[in-house]
Design a protein around this ligand. Structure first.
Ligand SMILES: NC(=O)c1ccc[n+]([C@@H]2O[C@H](COP(=O)([O-])OP(=O)(O)OC[C@H]3O[C@@H](n4cnc5c(N)ncnc54)[C@H](O)[C@@H]3O)[C@@H](O)[C@H]2O)c1
Length: 282
């Protein structure tokens, strides 16, 4: 009973034994550095091992402990191995998994290939499902644990020309919402991060049509209101408070409220704005 209460009021971001997917860049790297500052030991996994090693070097400079591992989250077997390998590297059962790896995909629905859909679904949605699938059993066994799933404000904004990305992120949000209630009795916390623009390499690493990629990257790098460090810090604080959602920016909060207040009106407004912008460009 005392152990149960201790875990219920604990701060999972402090002294964590954490695993992060897609830790070689952007938000994943920021999570690693924030956890290091909270005395964590972190397995930094990425499909690109060199970038994961760079993150580990930064973690160590910050006084934390880090381990670089290759893992392609599309492959269930690699994520299963990541779970086993992490416990050995950390010398302790994992207490926090951050399912962060993700890619950007844009373009008109009828111009998007099924191969692009599959690529995006495999990384953004299946990657998170794999992470939850292979880490939850260990959390149940030890009687506590924490999950951060990185979705996006796209999970509810449903902006045009982002259909596949929106679908994957809506799936991540639905999964997180379900697990939040289902795993509460097992002392497993869940937080889902839903940001709008954060300056990272997501556009450069993504499949964004040429006509937008420069503009989108410019907007991301110059007009984003929040840094990846701010986003990671806030998410960890919200996880510690036992909250489900992290919507860091004011625009994300406004879209969330508008959509919930009147979903029909919101969709009409989006359609009108999209037509207006396209007519202006034509
Ligand atoms: N940057 C934004 O504006 C923004 C907004 C909302 C949500 N997000 C989400 O944040 C998460 C992190 O993205 P970011 O913005 O830091 O982008 P990023 O491109 O800087 O980092 C993504 C990392 O994921 C890794 N990765 C890609 N495919 C992988 C795979 N198959 N297996 C393992 N790792 C893989 C990349 O190598 C890279 O290191 C993503 O899920 C993204 O959808 C980003």
């Amino acid at each position: 009973m005392i152990e149960f209460l201790k875990q219920r009021f604990a701060s999972p971001s402090k002294n964590a034994y954490a695993v992060i997917t897609g830790a070689g860049s952007g938000i994943g790297r920021s999570f690693a550095l924030q956890l290091a500052a909270r005395n964590g030991a972190i397995v930094c996994s990425d499909i690109d091992l060199e970038s994961a090693k760079e993150t580990v070097a930064l973690v160590e400079q910050a006084g934390g402990k880090g381990y670089a591992v290759t893992c392609d989250v599309r492959d269930a077997k690699q994520v299963e191995k990541l779970a086993q390998q992490s416990e050995k590297l950390l010398g302790h059962p994992v207490t926090l998994i951050i399912n962060n790896a993700g890619v950007g995909l844009g373009g008109k629905f009828d111009e998007m290939s099924l191969d692009d859909w599959k690529w995006c679904m495999d990384i953004n949605l299946w990657g998170v499902i794999h992470g939850c699938h292979y880490f939850v059993p260990g959390f149940k066994k030890q009687g506590h644990g924490a999950i951060i799933n990185v979705a996006s404000a796209a999970s509810f904004t449903a902006a045009p020309e982002m259909s596949a990305y929106n679908v994957t992120k809506a799936g991540v949000r639905a999964l997180s919402e379900t697990l939040f209630s289902e795993l509460r009795k097992d002392n497993i916390r869940v937080n889902v991060l839903c940001p709008t623009l954060v300056p990272t390499n997501i556009i450069k690493n993504g499949r964004i049509p040429g006509r937008y990629s420069k503009l989108a990257d410019h907007a991301l790098m110059n007009y984003a209101m929040t840094t990846s460090d701010d986003v990671a810090k806030l998410t960890l604080n919200r996880l510690d408070k036992g909250e489900l959602y992290t919507t860091p920016q004011i625009d994300a909060k406004m879209f969330w409220l508008m959509k919930r207040a009147s979903p029909n009106l919101y969709a009409k407004f989006l359609g009108f704005s999209y037509r207006f912008v396209n007519n202006k460009e034509a």
